[in-house]
Design a protein around this ligand. Sequence first.
Ligand SMILES: *Cc1c(COP(=O)(O)O)cnc(C)c1O
Length: 300
Amino acid sequence: MHSELIKLEKTFKPSILTKIDDPWLMPYQIELWMKRDDLLHPVISGNKWRKLKYSLDHALSLGANTLISMGGAYSNHLHALAYVGKVLDLKTIGFIRGEQPQILTPTLQDMKAWGMELKFVSRSEYRVLRQYKNWHDLPGLKPGQYWLTEGGAQALALKGVADLIAEIGFPYTTLCVPCGTGTTLAGIIDAVPEQVSVLGFAALKNAGFLTADVEALLSQSCNNWQINWDYHFGGFAKINTVLTAFIENFELKTTIPLEPIYTGKMMYAVYDLIKKHYFQPGERIIALHTGGLQGKRGFT
Ligand SMILES: *Cc1c(COP(=O)(O)O)cnc(C)c1O
């Protein structure tokens, strides 16, 4: 690991396991925990650090001076990347989906302040960028430039996700994770003990592509995982009062903050599935808090 990354990681807080002490769970005999990757760092939080870590190390080992990637106007991935670029003194370029908004979102404002060059691209151009998966795939890449595909979805990302699984020191039956690109899910499937069921929750509507995308990332195929499509609440970043009330109530009961795009929907889903007796009594479920709390500012 590059010394700059070791130095950076030393400033991180541990990702602890928090038991959800909610009396509501008692009659179902379900033990529910959260793995708190949200606590790692206020900006480079959650799965974004896990996914970036080994790609950054690779980029630094190649002597890269510029990191280039893509995302939406609220992207936690680009937000984390811009911050890392500032800390490591690397230039960063972000391709942003859609037209430049009149007023930059808080996420984009941060990215700009940290020195990221923002390039707004049409939805069709954005779709073209998606097909460049490997670090050297982006056409026109100059020496010293390192490309990270959408959501940091490359094999090295899975290695970082495996680290978080290695930190869990007791047995459990199910691991729940929210899914955007499914990269984090793939890393988890690769790393969990085989008797653990892995349950991913799609944050996007019509995300049928996820199954194939996840399978393409896996180092070997296995069947202990499933994607649930029922809790996107109408589509990516769509919210309603039922969801926001759930999040508020959960935060009051547990003091664990959630955001409404990924972790809020996942925890809503986990509670709903418990209510519907989807899980067996006696199960120990761990839900991965993938962080992303900065994105909440777009909703308040
Ligand atoms: C990016 C993100 C995800 C989605 O991760 P993928 O690896 O793309 O599936 C989930 N939760 C949060 C908080 C995120 O920021």
